[in-house]
Write a new protein. Structure first.
Length: 450
């Protein structure tokens, strides 16, 4: 941190010069001295980073200078330097907002030096926190959820509405569609600009017998292994947001306890009888259809309606059209930048191959495919041969996942077998019981690729 401006306010000229010399040993410190309180106040507009203020001044008292400084510039740390060792005076000044109280003795200059370093460190930490907060706000700005398809534009509008209030939001969609990213966008763009962090809990990743303690906490000795008190996730999220991912995996018994927490807005740690008020905003997500889970008896109907709030359904990637290419270029550029690589391009043939795939793994799968292609490609271009699909769902169910014409289904099925059997037309014709000439004709018409 350069240009750290310090005011020294002291009517003792020799002491002020000695203090100025000592603090100026750090070349980053810009030290100015004033002999009166009025001179200090008249120069506050230059916004010093710190003030060392003599308690006894010839024109107005040090405490009055402190008060007026805090009224106009509350963020400026003011350290009182005084010849008095009266503890009550020091306490009163600290209550008025003084950063520290230093007695003028043989160690005073050393204490001034340490106080300056402490304030500088606090400023640097504050700057770092502000920068990190700006980065987080930018990273999770909902406009950074890439895509322009009509389906995604509807999602944008709902995220914006969710950010205007603290309504409960239920996010649904297939695995890999970006439910957690939407939850973060809602939290970090909330109109209240919450300073508390988003507390995320993946219900499916926590063993059932530990989930209650994870959510609501426990007291020491509440059960075997509870050697210390544990604060639950709901308490951690007080004043902020709790995100319950994969809520559809929660056990029915725990669902009843969660319902009570949401209704009463309080939790009781395991092993305690004292309820604790919680006011965390609740966001939930699931890849399941909760209405169907309710009908099947696996999810409580009353909890379902309590959590429904504002529903946001994320479209699968296969229904987002050219968003696939937009996302692919975004992931490619991101990967290139992170790994210090030269810029890459995606050829039209590669783009076509990406668009013709059904993406059962959605955005998460696309990211993995593009990153691998970025590594495999040569000459600064990702070609169709660099695009490799390793889906666990490459069978007929994937081929039939879209509503197409019979002709389009035939093309997809034949292309699937050509890809599977290394473009061997004879083998494919035999396996599908069609003529070789049919396949060659479709290739000639640019309906198939071999």
């Amino acid at each position: 941190m350069n240009g750290f401006k310090i005011f020294i306010v002291d009517d003792n000229e020799l002491y002020a010069k000695a203090s100025q010399h000592h603090l100026s040993l750090n070349p980053d410190n810009e030290v100015e001295s004033f002999s009166t309180g009025k001179d200090c106040l008249n120069n506050l507009y230059t916004k010093p980073n710190m003030i060392f203020l003599d308690y006894s001044l010839p024109d107005i008292s040090g405490i009055e200078v402190l008060r007026k400084t805090k009224q106009s510039y509350a963020e400026i740390p003011v350290v009182i330097v005084s010849g008095q060792e009266d503890v009550s005076t020091a306490v009163e000044l600290l209550k008025e907002g003084a950063y520290d109280y230093i007695v003028k003795d043989e160690n005073a200059h050393e204490r001034m030096w340490k106080a300056t370093n402490n304030v500088r460190e606090n400023f640097m930490l504050r700057d770092e926190i502000d920068k990190l907060r700006e980065e987080v706000d930018h990273k999770y700005d909902f406009s950074n959820i890439k895509g322009n398809s009509p389906a995604l534009k509807r999602v944008y509008k709902l995220i914006e509405k969710a950010s205007q209030t603290n309504i409960t939001v239920s996010i649904t969609g297939e695995t890999g569609t970006g439910k957690e990213l939407v939850a973060k966008a809602i939290h970090y763009n909330n109109k209240n600009k919450q300073k508390r962090p988003l507390v995320a809990v993946n219900i499916a990743a926590i063993p059932r017998d530990l989930l209650e303690s994870e959510l609501f906490g426990h007291e020491k000795g509440a059960f075997t292994g509870a050697s210390n008190r544990r604060i639950g996730k709901f308490e951690e999220a007080i004043g902020g947001t709790i995100f319950l991912d994969e809520i559809g995996e929660m056990d029915l018994n725990l669902q009843a306890k969660l319902l009570r927490v949401l209704q009463e807005k309080e939790v009781t740690r395991i092993g305690s009888n004292n309820p604790i008020k919680v006011n965390a905003r609740v966001l939930v997500a699931t890849h399941k259809t909760l209405a169907e889970e309710v009908k099947a008896g696996r999810f409580r109907e009353d909890l379902y309606y309590r959590l429904l709030g504002l529903p946001i359904e994320l479209p699968p990637l296969r229904d987002r059209g050219n968003d696939i290419v937009v996302l692919a270029k975004h992931f490619m550029d991101e990967f290139v930048q992170e790994n210090g690589m030269d810029k890459l391009q995606i050829t039209p043939e590669a783009q076509k191959k990406l668009l013709n795939y059904d993406w059962p793994g959605n955005v998460r799968e696309l990211k993995a495919v593009v990153e691998l292609a970025s590594v495999l490609c040569d000459s600064g271009k990702i070609t169709d041969t660099d695009i490799n699909f390793n889906s666990t769902n490459n069978g007929l169910s994937e081929l039939m996942s879209k509503e197409l014409t019979l002709k389009d289904y035939n093309i997809k099925i034949i292309q699937h077998f050509l890809d599977k059997y290394d473009r061997n037309v004879v083998d494919v014709a035999n396996k599908l019981d069609i003529g070789k000439s049919t396949i060659y004709r479709m290739v000639k018409n640019n309906e198939l690729e071999i």
